[in-house]
Ligand binder design. Structure first.
Ligand code: NAP
Length: 337
């Protein structure tokens, strides 16, 4: 092993990205500096938010630079270290992005214990997406027993956990997702009360049937027409955590949907955007509870693992056509150090 391979942003996409947005390049292996370790990537995360960072529009996160490696969550093993805090062979997670090796400061790594849970969970149910579900639902949505919770993007990494936490809290849960296989999974395997295929059903009609008592909490992962339909059913004092708007991420022109302020006003509803990065102080508390729910079988998780570093762009693009059930990951190499 003397060369590294990285995936860089070749150009900024317009509309739906394709593979031409990415270039593979080889570079000499990075040499760790003081307090850095050399990490070999085992798994990479691909996430919808990465689409936003490929554009240079103003946003909460700095855009990726053209010509630079695509940043994002990863899991790896330390292969070279002079820092006793982080030994060769340790499993770690960090944000070194789409590359086979990286020299990373130990202050930017979190160690993971493979004996507590499969390491991949550190990028999913016990990582960023699980935390997003936890805080968005419990902090903003605050579902009460007997209430109706609707979640869009329900069969994805965040949505699947949202629905299951809402069930733990005694709510009635309705999921919206994009294939019959996903709908079946949500109802039969995860215990959702109802699930709606937004690609084949009349969403407004199906929702009205699925939510005879209206909607108390709407966890919005997608935006667009699906969310417009849910908002028409909100109850008094409804809570609407705005987590993501994937239906809008590839639009080339701004989309003017219905103006919803009147609905929020007359229902005295709360709609609030949130970013998981604002909850870092409380991650440990949430991870503890999520791990307990996973261990007790109250939360099940699914990972859609594509094999091969070269498949990373394809796995990312698949998020926009709904190829994934659960958390989308890429397996880059075997676990041996
Ligand atoms: N606020 C935060 O801090 C935060 C953190 C993490 C994620 N997010 C957001 O949360 C959402 C879910 O993220 P995730 O990581 O869990 O991804 P994910 O749900 O695992 O994957 C994306 C899913 O979105 C659905 N989708 C794609 N295009 C769509 C469209 N035009 N309309 C409706 N659904 C569409 C697809 O499923 P179908 O088959 O159902 O179409 C796809 O599987 C994203 O919007 C993401 O940006 C926000």
């Amino acid at each position: 092993m003397s060369m590294n391979e990285r995936i860089i942003l070749a150009k900024r996409p317009e509309g739906l990205p394709d593979e031409s947005v990415f270039t593979f390049e080889e570079q000499p292996l990075p040499e760790p500096k003081d307090r850095e370790v050399l990490v070999k990537t085992l798994y990479l995360s691909v996430d919808p938010y990465m689409r936003g960072r490929m554009s240079d529009a103003k946003s909460y996160a700095k855009p990726y630079d053209v010509g630079q490696v695509i940043g994002g969550g990863a899991i790896g093993r330390v292969v070279e270290s002079s820092d006793p805090q982080c030994r060769v062979g340790d499993y770690v997670t960090g944000n070194w992005g789409w590359q086979r090796y990286a020299a990373v400061s130990t202050s930017k790594l979190r160690k993971i214990n493979p004996e507590l849970a499969p390491v991949t969970t550190a990028l999913g149910v016990l990582g960023m997406t699980g935390l997003t579900a936890y805080f968005g639902l419990l902090d903003i949505g605050q579902p009460q027993s007997g209430e109706t919770v609707v979640v869009s993007g329900a069969a994805g990494a965040v949505g699947m956990v949202v629905g299951q936490i809402a069930k733990i809290k005694g709510a009635r849960v309705v999921g919206i997702a994009g294939s019959d296989e996903k709908i079946k999974y949500l109802v039969e395997e995860l215990g959702f009360d109802k699930a709606i295929n937004y690609k084949t059903e009349d969403v407004a009609l199906a929702l009205a049937e699925a939510c005879p008592d209206g909607v108390d909490v709407y966890f919005d992962n997608v935006g667009g027409d699906v969310s417009d339909a849910v908002l028409r059913l909100i109850n008094k004092n409804a809570r609407i955590p705005i987590c993501g708007q994937i239906a809008l991420y590839n639009l080339e022109k701004p989309d003017t949907g219905p103006r919803t302020q009147s609905l929020l006003l007359t229902n005295t509803a709360l709609m609030k955007g949130f970013l998981i990065g604002d909850y870092t102080e409380r991650y440990n508390e949430a991870l503890h509870e999520l791990a307990e729910w996973v261990r007790d079988g109250k939360i099940q998780y699914v990972e859609n693992i594509v094999e091969g570093f070269e498949k990373t762009p394809e796995a990312f693009l698949g998020l926009f056509s709904g190829e994934n059930l659960g958390k989308q990951l890429v397996k880059v190499s075997e676990g041996e150090a």
